[in-house]
Design a protein around this ligand. Structure first.
Ligand code: ADP
Length: 150
């Protein structure tokens, strides 16, 4: 059984994240969306709200689970018997960062990172822009997965 975690901050979880998970289900038998809980990192949405939004997005999808963690990502992966970390790549900007943490994670633990390129239509979608729009009172429905309301 191939199990992977999809770790992130997901503040908020967007349609770009959703698309990576749905495509990841073609590669992995089971996916755990793992919300990193870093006490010192201030988020717009609290951890319960982020978890509830992701559960809503994958309601009825039995191969997707949602968890929170506050340890090192590879320690969490090993604790849940996941041999892989799934990540998404939008741009060259993402690339350098993903390569550094992917290499570090593999050297630390043997856990491999699998990266999917974003679909072109979601390349501009980011949690940061979604939060900016919210702060100006704009609707971010187009940024959210189907069936998810804020
Ligand atoms: P982190 O704080 O770990 O970067 P994020 O919640 O920002 O967490 O992102 C989690 C993962 O989703 C990262 O691999 C990121 O590159 C990817 N991602 C974010 N937005 C998109 C998108 N629009 N399309 C594809 N992948 C994305």
């Amino acid at each position: 059984m191939k199990r992977a975690i999809f770790p992130g901050t997901f503040d908020p979880f967007t349609i770009g994240h959703y698309s990576i998970v749905m495509r990841g289900l073609k590669i992995f038998d089971e996916l755990i969306v793992a919300i990193g809980h870093n006490q010192s990192k201030k988020t717009l949405f609290d951890i319960e709200k982020r978890k509830a939004m992701i559960e809503q997005a994958f309601e009825g999808e039995k191969r997707v689970h949602v968890s929170t963690y506050d340890s090192l990502t590879v320690d969490f992966a090993q604790a849940v018997n996941a041999g892989f970390i799934l990540r998404g790549l939008r741009s060259v900007g993402d690339f350098e960062y993903e390569r550094t943490i992917g290499d570090t994670n593999r050297i630390l633990s043997g856990v491999e990172t699998v990266i999917l390129f974003t679909e072109a239509e979601y390349a501009h979608i980011s949690s940061t822009v979604a939060r900016d729009l919210i702060s100006y009172g704009k609707d971010i429905k187009a940024f959210l997965p189907p069936n998810v309301v804020l």
